[in-house]
Design a protein around this ligand. Sequence first.
Ligand code: IMP
Length: 427
Amino acid sequence: MSTVVLVGGQWGDEGKGKITDFLAKQADWVVRYQGGNNAGHTVIVGDEEFKLHLIPSGILYKDKKCVLGNGMVINPQVLIEELEGLKARGIEMAELFISDRAHVLLPYHCRLDEMKEEKLGENKIGTTKRGIGPAYADKVARMGIRMGDLLDDEEFSDKLAQSTASHNEVLDGVYHLKGFDDQEIKNAVEEDLKKIKSAIQDTSVMVYDAIKRGENVLFEGAQGTLLDIEHGTYPYVTSSCPTAGGAVIGSGVGPTAIDKSLGIFKAYVTRVGEGPFPTEQFEADGESLREKGHEYGVTTGRARRCGWFDAVIGRYAVRVNGLSHAVITKLDVLGGFDTIKICTGYQYRGEILRDFPASLAKIKECVPVYEEMPGWEEDISGAKSIAELPQNAQNYLKRLEKLMEVPICIVSVGPNRDQTIVLEEMF
Ligand code: IMP
């Protein structure tokens, strides 16, 4: 038996959906532990493409159990739409359980997210406008509504009335907007609730018992290390903890329950939204990575900012997630470049920084120090083993391992399940 936490090592969109789906084959449980429908995971099975936002990527195996953990914020309407979308495509889904401690994301959260971003103008965070920040703000302010509250009519009515009134005050007073009607929200949620009521449970107990029985559990992080509210490029972050520690908090098991910590890294780096990005490429290289890698957001369709692999960030992710292994995705996208650059350190006011700084002002001033490696021309999307990769591609991977000080266990060379090279089994 094994328990593995899978996290994004960069700014999200590293290909976690594909790797979760790939590893889910051997897992009994797939547990999401933070975030909400700000995430966008693309999974390709045969000729079919699935875009998942809330539901763990393990849902595409009918013999698995999937959990939406207590650390998540759940928009019931989106959850139902996603489940019904899968059903309509004839997917025989995994069993799904929802933590009674997860928070409910409601329409006023989305409206406030939009309004706050608009008000920030040039200083906006570049959120997905899915209400994530306001929903977590309510949780921390101790005025959130939890999935379990929906099961008690009186409790739900009281909390919803209070919460709606409080948000309406802000919408009206600050933004001069018409507020929401709590009864209308309640009616819509109750309609959705009929379809998921029995799934709302104490999932911490379920996951704990599964681990005790020796079952394989995969904890699936959304977003990425640099979007973490604690360790990311604050304030240009999401409002939850995508790092490995978040798996413990957001699913209700202790740190001793996790065996392996797996960081997913794209072979280059992308970012959506605002905030510093030292290795960003604004000209031909950036454009080339974006086009070859189809770097457009799954959730918002926004063009992603692209740049070279940053080993300073890589080492940072290894440290704050306690990574035992790394996965490199989209290696095929680097084919065709004469030379490939890797950032090994940052030049800052005459010194070389090897550790990722907290200060955004400092990061903005940092100039990446690059090492150049020869590229390869061959199409590697059909490679089935490391030995089948061109020598230069093998050298690139070896260099990343050395710079990040972590072994690579999986290399992905295309979006399909069978375009995955395994160097070490995780379960
Ligand atoms: P929020 O999570 O919608 O509040 O957005 C906060 C920041 O996280 C913004 O920069 C978003 O672009 C980014 N973000 C949120 N979810 C994802 C994701 O799944 N992939 C990449 N970036 C994300």
